[in-house]
Design a protein around this ligand. Structure first.
Ligand SMILES: Nc1ncnc2c1ncn2[C@@H]1O[C@H](COP(=O)(O)OP(=O)(O)OP(=O)(O)O)[C@@H](O)[C@H]1O
Length: 296
C-alpha cells in the first residue's frame, strides 16, 4: 500500500497534557479520506503535525515519504485548509492569488483565476468582506492552485450553511476528479463524508478504531437484533463493535466477512453514520487493541 501519511507512536504534548498520544496510523494514497472522531480525539493535532505546523513531542511521522514541513519542496507538496478557513482580511481576492503565486513553486494561476471567476468572487473584494462560504471557497482555491499531491482539510465546512457546504464539497469533488490528488478531510458531518469520501478512519482518544474503504466497511458491518444473547455465544468470526441489551433483547453491531444465516437475528445494514457512532461508542481508553483494517 502506498501511503501519504504514516505515523508510529506519534505524540504531541502541551505542558503535561497530551493532545495526541501513541497514535499509529497509515493513510493510503489515491483516496479521499474522511477522518472522524469525537471532540478532543486529536484530529486537528494530527493534521497540524502532518502539515508541519506542529513538531511532534514523541514518535515518528512521514508525509509523502518526508518530514512534514522539512523542506520548501516538501511544503509545496502538501496543501492545508484550516478549520477557520483563514484568509488575510485586509487583502483582496486578487492579492491572495498573487501571494499564492509568489509562495508556491507549482502554482496553477490559470486554475486559480478560473475558479475565482466560476465562483463569482470579485477579485477586488477584500477577504474580510467575504461571506464564510466565499472565504472557504477562497481557501480551497488557494489550497488547490498550489497543486499539492496531498490536500489536508480540517473541518473546512463546519461553519457553512447547507448550500455553501454542498457547493464547497462539489468543488472539492470536481478538483479531485480532475487532478491526481489525495485528500484527508476531517469533519463531524458524516453525511458530508459519506458523499465525498471513499475511505474512512475513525479516531478515538488518539487511536484508530477502524480504517478502510467505505464500501467495504459498510459491506462488512451489520446490526443484529434478536432475543437476548451473550457475546460469547456469537460465532468466532463475528467481531462485536457495540452491544446493547434489554432483559429480553440484544442488539449488536458486528463486523464479519461471512454471511449471517442465524434465523434468530434480524440483520440490517448500517449507514456510515451508524458505523461511526458504533465505533465512537466504544469505551475508548479501555480499547487498546490493534485497529480493524478493512482493505483490499
Ligand atoms: N494548544 C493546546 N494546548 C493545550 N491543549 C490542547 C491544545 N490543542 C489541543 N489541545 C488538547 O488536545 C486534545 C486534542 O485536541 P484536538 O483539537 O486535536 O482534537 P479534535 O479531535 O480536533 O477535536 P474537535 O473535534 O473538537 O476539533 C484536546 O483535549 C485539546 O483540549
Amino acid at each position: 500500500m502506498t501511503t501519504v501519511l504514516t505515523a508510529q507512536a506519534l505524540g504531541k504534548r502541551y505542558g503535561r497534557r497530551w493532545a495526541l498520544r501513541e497514535c499509529t496510523i497509515d493513510i493510503p494514497a489515491g483516496h479521499v479520506v474522511g477522518l472522524v472522531g469525537p471532540n478532543g480525539a486529536g484530529k486537528t493535532t494530527l493534521l497540524k503535525l502532518a502539515s508541519g505546523q506542529l513538531e511532534p513531542t514523541a514518535g515518528d511521522i512521514a508525509v509523502l515519504g518526508g518530514r512534514p514541513g522539512g523542506t520548501p519542496a516538501q511544503l509545496a507538496r502538501v496543501g492545508f485548509v484550516a478549520q477557520d478557513t483563514p484568509a488575510y482580511a485586509g487583502l483582496t481576492v486578487a492579492e491572495h492569488l498573487r501571494l499564492g503565486a509568489r509562495l508556491n513553486p507549482r502554482w496553477d494561476d490559470g486554475m486559480a483565476r478560473e475558479r475565482v471567476a466560476r465562483l463569482g468572487l470579485d477579485p477586488a473584494q477584500r477577504a474580510g468582506k467575504l461571506s464564510g462560504g466565499q472565504r472557504a471557497q477562497l481557501a480551497l482555491t488557494l489550497g488547490l492552485a498550489k497543486r499539492p499531491e496531498l490536500l489536508i482539510l480540517d473541518e473546512p465546512v463546519a461553519s457553512l450553511d447547507p448550500l455553501a457546504r454542498r457547493e464547497f464539497l462539489q468543488g472539492l469533488m470536481e478538483a479531485t476528479a480532475e487532478h491526481e490528488l489525495s485528500v484527508v478531510l476531517s469533519s463531524h458531518l458524516v453525511s458530508d463524508l459519506e458523499r465525498i469520501c471513499d475511505y474512512l478512519i475513525v479516531l478515538v482518544d488518539s487511536r484508530v478504531q477502524v480504517a478502510g474503504e467505505t464500501d467495504r466497511l459498510l459491506a462488512a458491518h451489520h446490526r443484529l437484533t434478536g432475543p437476548r444473547r451473550d457475546p460469547d455465544r456469537l460465532p468466532a468470526g463475528q467481531h462485536v463493535v457495540s452491544a446493547r441489551h434489554t432483559d429480553r433483547q440484544s442488539t449488536y453491531v458486528v463486523r464479519t466477512d461471512a454471511p449471517i444465516h442465524d434465523p434468530a437475528w434480524t440483520v440490517t445494514r448500517l449507514s456510515l453514520e451508524d458505523l461511526v457512532l458504533a465505533y465512537m461508542d466504544k469505551p475508548a481508553a479501555a480499547d487498546r487493541r490493534a485497529p480493524l483494517e478493512v482493505q483490499r
